[in-house]
Write a protein that binds this ligand. Structure first.
Ligand code: NDP
Ligand code: F7E
Length: 350
């Protein structure tokens, strides 16, 4: 053990990983260890083993994953299942081999059955068929939970899992097709405003409902769950049902979200729907009572979070244009999926 614990944040340049780093830096109680994707390919077991063997890591936040919205999940199912299975298997196994006792695995609310009763309680896992547009990703995330539980049961580790709802905020992926709905709409509405376009097209019927959590709330929840006393976590969970939902407990329709994003950006034109695009899961509102009983609740209202997310998008545009000296290039175009996978620079200024 070191004076301060050495905490490895895997995926620190991503939306959530960068927010976890902000939260840990603000607390100033840990030494933070990071590696970018090009410095450490987490699907490569040999490299991951060498990293844990040499770095003396005490805790891991596993926020590295192949992540994307409904179109990306539907279009690249092989990458979504392979990358996520490999990254989590390598990180969990090699962390265990190196003696890391504490790890937090980030899953997703898409692990639950497509037609689960609402709000979705943790115990509804594996009670029904998954949503087809993201089944491979969801299967990998379910395997991630079971990986952590199995190492806990056999080796006595303390590997915990959180299942976030849909997340958004500064430092998001703004790719026009592969991103999630909020960054996609911030970009589309902004471009429509700038070009004075008469209408903005929203995918699907507008009827699906989604719950959105601001990313700094997600980071705070992650740190909260990681730091719960082992007895408190064990009392709230079960060795074979150990994951905890993280959300706001409130959802909106995609049509309502589109109206809110339009308002945030200041776009005055029409909103139209493209029914040829998939809706995905009709609704996936999380029951967040377990985490509330453990002392944590979300605090950022959607309208406020959208304002901050829009500022994050504008900062990202300044980075792309080379107008902001604080920007770091994050080499996102070097990923295995090729240069079109995502936009090459993102920024998540504190
Ligand atoms: N965003 C959301 O709405 C939600 C996210 N989650 C979960 O939260 C976690 C973080 O997601 P988010 O921050 O949004 O995702 P991002 O795509 O923003 O970040 C993921 C990070 O992981 C890195 N990464 C991906 N693959 C590899 C690899 N093979 N080796 C090394 N690094 C890799 C990425 O690097 P690079 O980009 O260079 O490849 C990136 O820095 C994930 O587990 C995700 O499933 C859960 C629910 C909702
Ligand atoms: C976090 C979660 O993210 C993914 O699931 P999802 O919840 O369906 O996420 P999404 O943000 O991509 O879409 C939400 C809704 O919004 C609609 N929608 C409208 N217009 C756009 C649009 O322009 N882009 C996108 N992406 N969606 C749009 C879209 O049709 C859908 O009805 C999973 O694959 C899985 O990875 C996962 O866990």
């Amino acid at each position: 053990m070191h004076d301060k614990p050495r905490i490895y944040v895997a995926g620190h340049r991503g939306l959530v990983g960068s927010a976890i780093v902000r939260a840990l830096r603000a607390a100033d109680t840990a030494e933070i260890v990071t590696r970018s994707h090009d410095e450490l390919e987490l699907t490569d077991q040999v490299l991951v083993r060498e990293f844990f063997r040499s770095e003396g890591i005490d805790q891991v936040y596993l926020a590295a994953a192949r992540v994307g919205g409904i179109h990306a999940n539907n279009s690249y199912p092989a990458e979504f299942i392979y990358d996520n299975l490999m990254v989590q298997a390598n990180v969990v196994h090699e962390a265990w081999r190196a003696g890391v006792r504490k790890l937090l695995f980030l899953g997703s609310s898409c692990i639950y059955p497509r037609l689960a009763a609402q709000p979705i309680r943790e115990e509804y896992l594996m009670n029904g068929m998954l949503e087809p547009t993201n089944e491979p990703y969801a299967m990998a995330k379910i395997a991630g939970i079971k990986l952590c539980e199995s190492y806990n049961r056999q080796y006595g580790t303390d590997y915990r899992s959180v299942m976030p709802t849909n997340l958004y905020g500064p430092g998001d992926n703004y790719h026009p097709e592969n991103s999630h709905v909020i960054p996609a709409l911030l970009r589309r509405f902004h471009e429509a405003k700038t070009s004075a376009a008469p209408e903005v097209v929203i995918w699907g019927s507008g009827k699906p409902m989604r719950e959105f959590l601001y990313v700094d709330d997600m980071a705070a929840a992650s740190v909260h769950v990681m730091e719960l006393a082992p007895g408190a976590y064990a009392a709230a969970t079960d060795p074979m049902h150990s994951h905890i939902n993280v959300g706001t407990g409130q959802d909106v329709t995609i049509a309502e979200l589109a109206r809110l994003v339009g308002e945030t950006v200041g776009y005055g034109g029409d909103i139209v729907f493209d029914a040829s695009k998939p809706d995905g899961t009709p609704r996936k509102l999380l029951d967040v009572s377990k985490l509330a009983a453990l002392g944590w609740r979300a605090s950022t209202p959607l309208a406020e979070g959208l304002q901050r997310a829009y500022l994050g998008y504008l900062a990202h545009l300044s980075c792309e244009a080379g107008l902001d000296a604080r920007c770091e290039m994050d080499n996102r175009t070097d990923g295995a999926s090729g240069p079109e996978w995502r936009i090459s620079t993102r920024t998540a200024h504190a």
